[in-house]
Design a protein around this ligand. Structure first.
Ligand code: G4P
Length: 292
């Protein structure tokens, strides 16, 4: 999937989402639990304005469980409703309608007090490409939903999907763009497969991932590839390069003359990281991150 980061595309995407916002009560902001900061759109607050929002950290099955808990705490500490799910198996997905409804509790209570019967909460899923929007829509719908196509400024033709008795979901998600200005964000998105590798150099992405894994998940890395020498300084590029070479050697990524094929080794590392072969890994911590 191509990433659209040109200003024109952003304006269009924003307009499309804002058209849909008129129809809904709650926005479900879908993030990748492995990189909750980088997988979120930097202008999300401007885009959603005051629409009640539920943050859903998807792919939590691939992310570090301790970090999932820390991120949830951090989002909640900033006043956001947040849950972690795994849309592919459906774990925790059934909590979404109730969580969305909670955000509208006061309004619903007022309606009940006036003798009105509250209608189901109307929701829209928004998120960057590859975060699992379609998978989640299908899981909530309990079937495969064919996208109706999305034209700028046109909200006709969209369908509501009934999710139990409590929620109705728009069948097409709002597609946001990730922020690319920060190179580290690009590397993290590429390391998890959220953006195509061709945009960045595959060896640079693997190098970035190895550096992070060496400092945060050394035991897992060492176990996976039988590494013995823990780097004394993970900021030293030579040490990271030598880990990459070691992995390449062990996996038979060799070129003529016994030289290591670093591109091939990088491919192995990234494939295995994305497939969860090194266990559940989160690539960013919630330390100084503010939702605003
Ligand atoms: P999008 O609409 O936001 O672009 O994302 P989409 O649902 O297409 O999901 C992107 C990829 O992420 C898919 O894998 C999907 O199976 C996977 N995925 C979605 N949610 C989860 C989750 O909670 N956990 C895990 N582990 N994976 C998830 P794919 O390789 O592109 O396709 P496929 O292998 O499913 O065919």
């Amino acid at each position: 999937m191509s990433i659209q980061w040109f200003p024109g595309h952003m304006t269009k995407a924003r307009r499309q989402i804002q058209e849909k916002l008129k129809l809904i009560d709650v926005a479900i902001e879908l993030l990748d639990a492995r990189l909750p900061m980088s997988s979120r759109n930097p202008m999300i607050n401007d885009i959603l304005l005051n629409k009640p929002r539920l943050i859903v950290m998807n792919k939590s099955d691939l992310a570090d469980p301790d970090m999932n808990a820390r991120w949830l705490k951090s989002f909640r500490g900033e006043g956001h409703a947040a849950i972690a799910v795994d849309a592919s198996t459906g774990s925790n997905v059934s909590q979404i309608p109730a969580e969305a409804r909670k955000l509208l509790q006061e309004k619903i209570q007022r309606q009940i007090a006036k003798g009105m019967k509250p209608r189901p909460v109307r929701a829209l899923i928004v998120g960057i490409p590859n975060v699992g929007k379609s998978t989640l829509i299908n899981k909530l719908a309990g079937r495969t939903v064919a996208a109706t196509g999305d034209r700028p400024g046109v909200t006709k033709g969209q369908q509501w999907i009934r999710v139990g008795t409590e929620m109705e979901l728009l069948d097409t998600p709002g597609i946001l763009w990730p922020k690319f200005e920060d190179q580290e964000v690009g590397y993290r998105l590429a390391a998890t497969g959220a953006i195509r590798e061709e945009i960045l150099n595959v060896e640079d992405i693997a190098f970035y991932a190895l550096k992070y894994l060496s400092s945060h998940y050394w035991e897992r890395l060492a176990e996976r590839y039988g590494l013995e020498q823990r780097p004394a300084d993970t900021d030293n590029p030579d040490e990271i390069l030598s880990i990459m070479e070691d992995i390449g050697r062990k996996r038979g990524c060799l070129m003529g003359g016994g030289r290591i094929d670093l591109e091939k080794a990088s491919g192995v590392i990234l494939r295995e990281l994305r497939a969860g072969k090194m266990g559940r890994i989160t690539l960013e911590e919630p330390y100084s991150f503010m939702v605003e």
